[in-house]
Design a protein around this ligand. Structure first.
Ligand code: ATP
Ligand code: MG
Length: 429
């Protein structure tokens, strides 16, 4: 017996019953980003492996164990992108669009791939909307990124369910000084650290702050604090960001242990977290990466960005019951026709109506069927109205117009008057 074909574990189909919610979410974000002056960029899904190694860092979870890497037919090592920033930086450098200090405010959307243990809110193919800004180095733009996500949560109705965590990692010099102090402190407690933290202490010590191990967390209570090592420039930058968030009234908590998983961050880092999704609580995360462009072979160019996980946010809308009513209805009007002559007339009539009402969601019955079966399909489609075209209506050049939800008698409408009539009773999106 042949094994039935299945999708790859952790890579999901998004079925038609779910796509309206996805499109609502994506549409809401896209409109918001347009309104704040961001422009969309589209990068390939596959890049040279080297790109991710150089940008994300060799000793990160992503590069060490999560990438989908393969050799193509030319023997090149390629990788399915695990995140968007690396490819976005590669693209702006390749096309020279950040040269000479040109400001770029960019966003992208699409699938990302990481070989993680699949569970609720964590998948191997998942989707992000990400945003990157180049050549603006002040706290004003860091604040804008946060302000616009705050507005998004407001529009989606989930503001009360998310919390903003902030930290500053300083410049690479001050982070270097802090790293030394942290390593010295942790080395004195080496035997009490969990195995993973012992390893990280050698490869990427700041990531020890990120540990989920309770014993290590207890030791960290007395560890040196990043805030005490911040250089003056980073401290002022951080103050500037906080002042702007205060001005708008956005609440936040400072989380000194927030270091983010990627190597390239500097100064501001932030996460929007929720307690509504269990362990997978971060819905949006980002920060400043002023050294990355140079590290990738460009001229010194400041950068700041974030990415949000679409699956987690869609899950949140479902969990909190924030799915707008109007997105569940896909059909406004369902047109039934009986007999071949009526079908021909119905098709021509429906095209005339579409000319006049381009936003009308009109579904025309296909596949024939009895009065009863077509009516059943009309009802099941969710349409507000059924239009009926049989021999009698054909002879008189009218259609039967029947409300399917709520009151109202069936009436006859002349073909010429149909579009005008529909315009008065269907609210068009
Ligand atoms: P986590 O700590 O949850 O692993 P991360 O720090 O690895 O997240 P980022 O690389 O910052 O995540 O990606 C930004 C956002 O993308 C996350 O906040 C999350 O919403 C989403 N995300 C990341 N990995 C996954 C995944 N495997 N499945 C679903 N969403 C994800
Ligand atoms: Mg991760």
């Amino acid at each position: 017996m042949s094994k039935s074909l299945q999708a790859i574990r952790g890579m999901n189909d998004i079925l038609p019953e779910h796509t309206p919610l996805w499109r609502y979410f994506e549409g809401t974000v896209a409109r918001l980003l347009d309104n704040y002056g961001y422009r969309q960029i589209r990068m390939p899904i596959v890049e040279f492996t080297e790109l991710f190694k150089r940008s994300i860092g060799e000793v990160t979870d992503i590069v060490e164990k999560e990438m989908y890497t393969f050799e193509d037919r030319n023997g090149d090592s390629l990788t399915l992108r695990p995140e968007g920033t690396a490819a976005c930086v590669r693209a702006v450098l390749e096309h020279g669009i950040t040269g000479g200090g040109q400001v770029q405010k960019l966003w992208y959307i699409g699938p990302m791939f990481r070989h993680e243990r699949p569970q609720k809110g964590r998948y191997r193919q998942f989707h992000q909307i990400g945003l990157e800004v180049f050549n603006l180095d002040g706290p004003d733009i860091d604040a804008e990124l946060i302000v616009l996500t705050w507005r998004l949560w407001g529009e989606l109705g989930i503001r009360d369910a998310v919390k903003l965590e902030l930290n500053s990692l300083g410049t690479s010099e001050s982070r270097g000084r802090y790293r030394e102090a942290l390593v010295e402190f942790l080395s004195a407690h080496l035997d009490k650290l969990d195995e993973d933290s012992q390893r990280r202490l050698k490869t990427n010590p700041l990531r020890v702050l990120d540990t989920k191990n309770a014993d290590t967390q207890a030791i960290l209570v007395d560890a040196p604090k990043m805030a005490d090592y911040l250089d003056e420039e980073s401290r002022l930058h951080f103050e500037g960001l906080k002042a702007r968030l205060d001005a708008v009234g956005i609440p936040y908590v400072i989380n000194p242990k927030l270091v983010r998983g990627l190597d390239y961050y500097s100064k501001t880092v932030f996460e929007w977290v929720t307690d509504k999704l269990g362990a997978q609580g971060t819905v949006c995360a980002g920060g400043r990466y002023d050294g990355l462009v140079e590290q990738m072979g460009g001229k010194p160019t400041s950068g700041v960005g974030f990415a949000m996980g679409i699956e987690r946010l869609v899950l949140m809308l479902e969990t909190l019951d924030k799915i707008p009513q109007e997105i569940s209805r896909q059909v406004d009007v369902y047109l039934c026709a009986f007999g071949e002559a009526a079908e021909l007339a119905a098709l021509a009539l429906s095209e005339r109506v579409r000319d006049q009402l381009p936003n009308l969601r009109l579904q025309i019955n296909a596949g024939g069927g009895s009065f009863k079966s077509q009516f059943k399909k009309a009802d099941k489609s969710g349409a507000l109205y059924a239009l009926i075209l049989g021999d009698d209506e054909l002879a008189q050049q009218v259609v039967g117009f029947k409300p399917l939800r709520g009151q109202g008698e069936q009436q006859s409408i002349a073909w010429d008057a149909l579009a005008a009539h529909l315009a008065t009773c269907v609210v068009q999106g």
